[in-house]
Ligand binder design. Structure first.
Ligand code: WTA
Length: 632
């Protein structure tokens, strides 16, 4: 297992070593894993193409490191602890031994349906243990998993299935979420009707007793295919640089792109970062509340914790069901030691009042984590005072789908913490702040664009099926550097604070959304001529979605508004629904016809009196009209 830092001195030493001699540093970490054939070189890279390879010629299977290797020492220890949506329903526990056997059975079932190394399998499932089991079963046989968050629409699911040319979709019949029972299979049926021609099998896990439609050619029940399989399955030999998974994420332009992560580097970095960021100790119970549909769930519910031999909890429900004390009730019930959630959840629960956490014994909590968006000072303080009671350091972890693992964070009990600051780079991570021309700002007490100038093991390798896109989006803005799309500030002492996106990506409740994607969805409405979408500060969600819409021959009333919302729900999913829709007669444009989002952003953020010079616009008159009608 990778090393664990336990003092400030060690952190400084590890950091220095990782910068002075990155290859030696990561070679040592890499050697702590089980390899089928050892790697013969640690790193080859250039950021021009880009072409980054870690642990060259190493052969491995990540599931042998997540499962088999733990059997001897902790075979009976709980690997996955599952807490159901309904607090009175039974919990489920899988020991490492049981999990290995469940994964192997599933892997054999996938093979029976013709899935082999390199095939893509899409998951569209709620947070049930079978999701983690299925993901690991893919990894076991070298199939590439692509998990799609089960809140996305049929269209969004179909887009992802088509892009990945997936051979199989694994779903549930229904999803329990709070008091709702959401028809999951129905969405898959819908997606299959739209396209998904590459799909040969839809594997359905029975989660409830609800009725579903059945197509005898493609649909298979999980229990019928998998339960009788052998619990032994040879782990496929994978190259370090073979693809482990694809995860779709939004960018500033076009459709979501498939971020590709590979086996070797991702394994080393998620284990190393998990152990250090959460200071996990043998026997601890760790809980990350994310959904496995996002990168946080991949790296810090499934892979990182299992690689480290941890007990990782999976929660099926929502923070406010049956009431706003649910998170804290679950922390008490399972004596959670590390708790990792998103600022939007903290803000929503903070708004419900201090009495909720006060009802529960939270003394087991040693570390609190935050991820997904900047955490504001008020939420940070509430988290610290009411959940950690001042005794549990907060790790404000900054990272991205593309980075695979946490890159900037305090280490709890080791480095200091400061509200709203993700603070310090992990060993092996070399962040820089640059100006618009790419000049590195060396000094402290500055703001700049956040770039990383050296590869770390879990860096994005490509965007699936379109390497040029990967190059253009991340490696072309500033030569020789990975550009994050975020702006950041460095304080006088050198701590980093990530302020937010500087591109046309908005972050709504910790979910990444491309403004272009939402605009495309709105524009699908036949009466919409054009639209522009921007983010604005929102008390609970971090950012809300503000849409400016030009329409034709249509009464600008609530019915139309609802039709637009329905269109976005259909194209993307309810998470992308605009919070505000303003009907306008025109949009401010430059003389070359580009929408001036800067102006729209300011108006939506109540900063409309401070627009600067607008005289160079093609249509300056429209600005005052928009200002007058602004929904602020
Ligand atoms: C934002 C989530 C500030 C950031 C793991 C980044 C953060 C985007 C933080 C990636 C943080 C994530 N402080 N901002 N601690 N963590 N972000 O791909 O803008 O869903 O670029 O990955 O979320 O979102 P993604």
């Amino acid at each position: 297992m990778t090393t664990q830092i336990d003092s400030l001195e060690e952190y400084k030493k590890a950091y220095q070593e990782s910068v002075d001699n990155p290859e030696d540093f990561w070679k040592k970490q890499g050697e702590t894993f089980v390899w089928k054939k050892p790697f013969d070189q640690t790193l080859q890279w250039n950021f021009e193409e880009p072409n980054v390879k870690w642990y060259i010629n190493g052969k491995l299977n990540i599931t042998e490191n997540c499962l088999d290797r733990h059997i001897e020492k902790r075979g009976d220890q709980t690997a996955i602890l599952w807490e159901p949506n309904d607090p009175s329903a039974p919990i489920q526990k899988y020991s490492y031994r049981e999990l290995l056997s469940a994964v192997n059975k599933c892997a054999n079932g996938l093979k029976e349906r013709g899935i082999k190394k390199g095939d893509r399998v899409v998951f569209y499932m709620p947070m049930v243990p079978e999701l983690a089991i299925g993901v690991l079963a893919c990894a076991r046989i070298g199939a590439i998993h692509s998990v799609v968050f089960a809140g996305f629409s049929a269209q969004a699911l179909a887009d992802r299935v088509d892009d990945a040319q997936a051979k199989m979709i694994i779903c549930s019949d229904y999803n329990h979420r709070g008091s709702k029972n959401i028809p999951v299979k129905e969405v898959v049926d819908d997606a299959m009707d739209k396209s998904c021609n590459s799909v040969e099998t839809v594997l359905v896990h029975k989660n409830t007793h609800g009725e579903i439609n059945w197509s005898s050619e493609v649909d298979f029940w999980w229990h019928e295919l998998i339960d009788h399989q052998s619990s032994k399955c040879e782990a496929e030999e994978m190259d370090s640089e073979d693809i482990l998974f694809i995860l779709y994420t939004s960018g500033s332009t076009g459709k979501p792109k498939g971020v590709v992560h590979t086996c070797g580097g991702y394994m080393v970095y998620t284990c190393y970062s998990f152990r250090n960021v959460f200071q996990y100790k043998e026997g601890d119970v760790y809980w990350c509340t994310a959904d496995i549909g996002w990168i946080t769930g991949h790296s810090y519910i499934v892979y990182g914790p299992l690689l480290a031999g941890a007990t990782t909890m999976m929660f099926e429900g929502v923070p406010t069901y049956p009431d706003a004390g649910r998170f804290w009730e679950v922390c008490e019930k399972h004596k959670v030691n590390q708790f990792y959630t998103a600022p939007t959840a903290i803000r929503a629960l903070m708004a419900k009042g201090d009495q909720w956490p006060a009802k529960y014994d939270l003394s087991s909590i040693k570390v609190l984590g935050s991820v997904g968006e900047p955490i504001n000072e008020e939420a940070w303080n509430w988290y610290n005072d009411h959940i950690g009671k001042g005794n549990a350091p907060i790790v404000d972890t900054w990272w991205q789908t593309e980075t695979g693992g946490i890159l900037i964070t305090p280490l709890p009990g080791i480095t200091d913490t400061k509200p709203t600051y993700a603070s310090y780079p992990m060993p092996g991570v070399q962040p820089v702040l640059v100006d618009a021309d790419g000049n590195i700002k060396e000094e402290n007490d500055v703001e700049g664009l956040l770039c990383i100038k050296f590869p770390w093991p879990s860096i994005i390798r490509t965007t699936y099926g379109d390497h040029e896109r990967c190059k253009n989006v991340y490696f072309s803005t500033f030569k020789g550097m990975y550009f994050t799309g975020d702006g950041a500030r460095r304080d006088k002492e050198g701590r980093l604070r990530v302020i937010g996106r500087v591109d046309d990506v908005i972050n709504v409740s910790g979910h990444r959304m491309g403004t272009a994607e939402v605009e495309n969805a709105i524009n699908e409405h036949p009466s919409v001529v054009e639209s522009a979408v921007v983010g604005y500060p929102h008390d609970i969600k971090g950012q809300g979605i503000y849409a400016y819409v030009i329409s034709q021959n249509k009464e600008l009333d609530d019915t139309f508004r609802k039709e637009i919302l329905a269109m976005v729900t259909k194209e993307i999913g309810p998470i992308a629904k605009p919070d505000k829709i303003q009907f306008v007669s025109g949009l401010p444009k430059t003389r070359s016809g580009k929408i001036m989002r800067r102006i729209l952003r300011k108006i939506a953020s109540k900063d409309g009196n401070n627009l600067g010079d607008i005289s160079t616009l093609l249509n300056p008159d429209v600005v005052s009209e928009i200002l007058n009608g602004a929904l602020v």
